[in-house]
Design a protein around this ligand. Sequence first.
Ligand code: BGC
Length: 815
Amino acid sequence: MTERTDRLLAQLTVEEKVALTAGADMWHTPRIDRAGIPPLKMADGPVGARGASNTGGPPSACFPCGTALAATWDVDLVERVGRELGAETRAKGAHILLAPTVNMHRSPLAGRNFECYSEDPHLTARMAVAYIDGVQSQGVGACIKHLVANDSEFERFTISSEVPERALREIYLRPFEVAIAEARPVAIMAAYNKLAGTWCSEHAWLLTALLRDEWAFDGLVVSDWWATHSTCDAANAGLDLEMPGPTLHRGSALVRAVEAGEVGERVVDGLARRVLEAMERTGALDAPASPERAEDTPDRRAVAREAASAAIVLLRNEPVGGSTVLPLALDRVVSIAVVGPNADARNILGGGSAAVSPYRAVTPLEGLRDAVANAGLDVDVHHEPGCSITRYPPAIDLRWVTAATGEPGIDVEIVAGDDPGGDQILERHVTRRAMLSWGGAAAAESGWSARLTATLRAPATGRHVFQGGGTGRFRVRVGDDVVVDGWDDAVGRGRRVEGGVHLTEGEDYPLVAEFVAPPAAVGAETQLSGFELRCQAPLPDDAFERAVRAAADADVAIVVVGTNGDWETEGRDRKTMDLPGRQVELVDAVVAANPRTVVVVNAGSPVTMDWVARVPAVLQSWFLGQETGHALADVLTGASDASGRLPTTIARSLRDTPAFTNYPGEFGRVDYGEGLFVGYRWYDARAIEPRYPFGHGLSYTTFDFGPLDVSTSGDRATVTLTVTNTGDRAGVETVQLYVRDVEASVIRPPKELKAFAKVRLDAGGSLAVELALDRSAFAFWHPGERGWRVEPGEFEILVGRSAAEIRQRSTVHIG
Ligand code: BGC
């Protein structure tokens, strides 16, 4: 503890110390003017730093999602992304970025998989350390989340994760442990769920015995939003900060508990001290939150684009008529058909708290057209969506709406009282998300309503379907028509009302949406109310046939399929791994019409790919952030090598996946019955052939892996090998090292990733790659000894291109 924190703490009354341990509003801790303590401000991540407004406020940079960053297997690049995110956090006037998310890919259905990195704890840990180092190099803090076993969305606020001890230690806790030891994050977030029956936010073993005593974590423990369930238990267990505010469990309730001796004053001192220390570490004591600003710099765009292209995984690239379709030689094609529901969709991120209003969102179609224009070529790039994948009509496309200032977006006026036409304006802003969420003290006093206005330029001719969704009453007018009428008293969460209207392409229509927050929000200050506006433009009746015809008429067809943030989102798991809508049918029809077809899967986590053998070239592109289209064009044209590798296995079917028989859980519990056998550990052990294995990804060139030179010293080893680019173009390889415990007295997975390196080589170039293995590469968690143990004996070192493509092996004696 520093002298400064000491001094501040000594000045505070019990009431003030207690006040510091709970939020003042959604994103800030309270200010304590008497002691000169300003608020500490937090911003949501991980793809960007969203400011204090969920919907308004200046836009943010949007980087690739978690699975995409992990698919780069590039710690230097991820650290650079982290640095940009740290700078974005500062630009949003915040001190802590609520990221990274290091929960594991246990089931491919989990709604937030896109936000997490991998099925493997080593890859996850390396990504987390790089990300946190980058963010914190900018003087702000990272908040690693969500501790722990918050691996799906099913009953996420109440479920108890039941995890066998070794799996908990070796898989689920491991990324937190490594990141705390190596990157010293300023904060950690306790998860919504329970662990073995106790809320994570009041779990004394988790928050004190493990975090503080065993791991020596000296940072701030923050609750997930509204995840605090008690006054005494949470405080005594070591939950430093209840978020958001105003408090539900602290304040006078905690002061009374201190007076009654149920919570020691020293406990409260500890909680408050850690809030102050986090403020000191992030400069919050000296640099109180500044106004939010946009900082859309060329450097930031360049890093976003580099990370996005490095994330794209070339799953398959088979020759058609003697040559592969990829990389696409733009100067040798006359026409390209870019088809599919995601080809021109701004489908750059998953849904939920991870979403930001991006500076921009380059679609695959736009990216390819830019590449053609920049090369000065005259290639016809023709687009047809083919089908739609809407779960709901999508958020209204920013390209169609203009605010009064002429900028893309919708004008929002928040009005006091229940008449959206009223004249007491509480706030005015332009939203770029057609989504409104508002609340807080001002709302609680008077009730509130909102008026959203814009000019809508119809993107097509035909019946446009509008949808309003919200917690109160609402209606949407387009021109003179009330298109959506939710103007009744049926208030409640998640209400959606739809309506359609015929519009003419290119014509301008006044668009007005009115919303009245439900009275229930009055008085309950923490209860946000919100409204969102969605619109599905019409597809022609023959959309499918047009896409197939366009493909048949072009030299090359690129089909962009996938999911979107309505399918992959916080708060809800997917029901299946299957591509929604008619997408499989579209892929089949397109490839039948044009054998030179490339399929791009724009989804945050794996989808079923029964069609894959019928398509010569397939890319997995994740949710790539604002530079999506440019990055995709870079890889499609070979301007960048295809260098992404899968951070998660793509199973043939859901039935093959490790958590299948235990997912999603029942009676309030989810049993992690597969234990240690998560991801490739499962496919290896059960000899189940996945569609594509963990680590898989093709390059546009080929690599040779030389024999292994292994030197050992006690329970450490160093592995050296020479990697050679045997092809005729520069490329990037990821060397993956797995360890197998040959003679174990306990159950161990057949092999586990313990080191990797990314290598860039010119055609014909060679490089010696050194991979270091410390004790943890050979250890397992020993429940009896309550510690990591290395059993002396034989270990096999397996080095390859994926979990299924081992190129070199060597056996060593360790210990
Ligand atoms: C999410 C967190 C997020 C927080 C604040 C929660 O619902 O689980 O990841 O940081 O909200 O938006």
